[in-house]
Design a protein around this ligand. Structure first.
Ligand code: EPU
Length: 429
């Protein structure tokens, strides 16, 4: 298992290009199951989660090939309806196969995904939505069995306790595009990743109105055809690099993301020197002295993204004053906090809020990554900490950040990936 070794305090300078969005790419890969014809997907990030989704599609019978490092061809001529536990348990997002299997085969058998470190992640809304379309759902022996032979268009309200559901919306849209009649989804998620999926489905022949809103209207069609689709840039990767820029006296440019997708993230930083040029490049000139404490609440899009909460927490640890970050999506998503505290951060958790007392300095320490975004927060903290930080279990990072160590090194960070045999003895496990 690789480890990252970071020597903190080196200024960042230069340009970085973000990859395609992981959370757009996964349902887009799943959507290729909706047609027998080949789909070409461009701007695919080179991530372990994406490669894994490719493997699952192969298991289901699709021909999957990587034409070049960021372009994949998927042809799902003959597919089966079964996604077993061994495949699904390793990646929660594989639940987004449910919609396309139902849409194409009118039958699906998928293992329930199992627990998740960032908190409870039920799929009741996915199932409620499918039942509303007339599907019969049975949960037995850890599997969801969906019989959709009587599927029909309907109006579905998809809101839950924490707002809309991203993957639930993706599933329902993908199930409905091949169902005759008009399906209306209210309280649909309007995340840019859902918008991207809808745009791909339209390029396959689907008819969808209301894209980018909480109300989607889908007019079912008989067949979908192949397409070429370019995945949007990863707004969470962009937000992570913007945070890196703000952490020190840095001067970096971030390319490849749509700044409009980052409005809620950029909004609280009026005091910071962040500019966007006519090419949509984001320029960040960091000056930690000018940073002000913040009160932030994570919410579904267009609110502040939960997937940037851990990174923001890292930034607030060195921002003078008291900041408060409240989690409304995953109330317990604070696994990064004890690790940041090992580096000198002063944070107390009150219910679903982190109260952060800015401290002038963090100190390097051996820390442990627990999930994807928590790992990113530790990398950010390591960049400004005095001394050396070692981060173990960085396979979490590789699930969602393409070559993050290389990209940071190109900006001037002192960051090194150590393979197991290079890890100092006291860290080896
Ligand atoms: N929820 C329910 N019932 C459901 C579905 C969701 O109560 O049936 C609740 C969840 O417990 C949560 C909230 O609704 O409190 C939102 O969950 P959502 O379904 O929107 O999350 P998701 O689709 O499982 C995606 C991203 C996550 C991201 C969330 C929220 C993918 C593959 N994953 O998850 O990304 O945090 O939306 O924006 O798109 C990450 O990239 O690190 C990550 C965890």
């Amino acid at each position: 298992m690789d480890t990252l070794l970071i020597k903190g305090g080196f200024p960042l300078k230069g340009e970085v290009t973000v990859g395609g969005s992981k959370n757009a790419c996964l349902p887009i890969f799943a959507a290729t199951l909706l047609t027998e014809e080949p789909c070409i997907i461009e701007n695919v990030p080179n991530l372990t989660d994406v490669a894994y989704m490719g493997k699952i599609l192969q298991h289901l019978g699709a021909e999957v090939s990587q034409i070049n490092p960021n372009t994949w061809k998927i042809e799902a001529k003959n597919i089966i309806e079964l996604a077993p536990y061994d495949l699904v348990r390793k990646m929660r997002a594989s639940i987004c196969l449910l919609g396309p299997l139902v849409g194409r085969l009118r039958h699906a058998e998928i293992s329930l995904p199992g627990g998740c470190i960032i908190g409870q992640r039920p799929i009741d809304l996915h199932l409620k939505g499918l039942s509303k379309l007339g599907c019969t759902i049975v949960i037995k022996n850890g599997y969801i069995y969906v019989d959709a032979k009587n599927i029909k268009a309907n109006n579905v309200f998809l809101g839950g306790r924490h707002g809309s559901t991203v993957t639930g919306t993706a599933n329902l849209v993908m199930a409905a595009v091949l169902v005759p009649g008009i399906t209306r989804i209210d309280f649909a998620a309007c995340e840019p990743e859902i918008e991207d999926l809808c745009r791909m489905l339209i390029s396959m022949g689907a008819i969808i109105e209301g894209i980018g809103t909480h109300s989607l209207k889908i007019q079912g069609v008989q067949n979908l055809h192949g397409c070429t689709h370019r995945v949007i840039g990863d707004r969470i990767e962009a937000g992570t690099f913007i945070t890196a820029g703000l952490l020190g006296e840095n001067n970096i440019t971030i390319r490849g993301a749509n700044p409009l997708h980052l409005s809620a993230f950029l909004h609280p930083f009026e005091e910071a020197n962040i500019t966007i040029d006519s090419n949509n490049d984001i320029h960040v000139q960091g000056n930690p002295q000018h940073l002000k404490p913040k009160e932030i609440i994570t919410l579904p899009y267009p609110g502040f993204a939960t997937d940037l909460q851990a990174q923001m927490t890292a930034l607030m640890t060195v921002t003078p004053g008291i900041s408060i970050i409240t989690e409304r999506i995953y109330p317990n998503r604070f696994m990064h906090v004890p690790e940041l505290e090992r580096m000198g951060a002063q944070i107390s958790i009150e219910g679903s809020s982190a109260i952060i007392s800015g401290t002038p300095k963090l100190y390097g320490a051996p820390v442990m990554a627990s999930d994807l975004r928590a790992s990113a927060a530790l990398v950010l903290a390591g960049l400004i900490a005095e001394g050396e930080t070692t981060i173990q279990r960085i396979y979490h990072l590789d699930r969602g950040y393409e070559n993050i160590d290389q990209k940071l090194r190109n900006l001037g960070a002192q960051i090194e990936r150590l393979s197991t045999d290079q890890v100092p003895l006291e860290l080896a496990s």
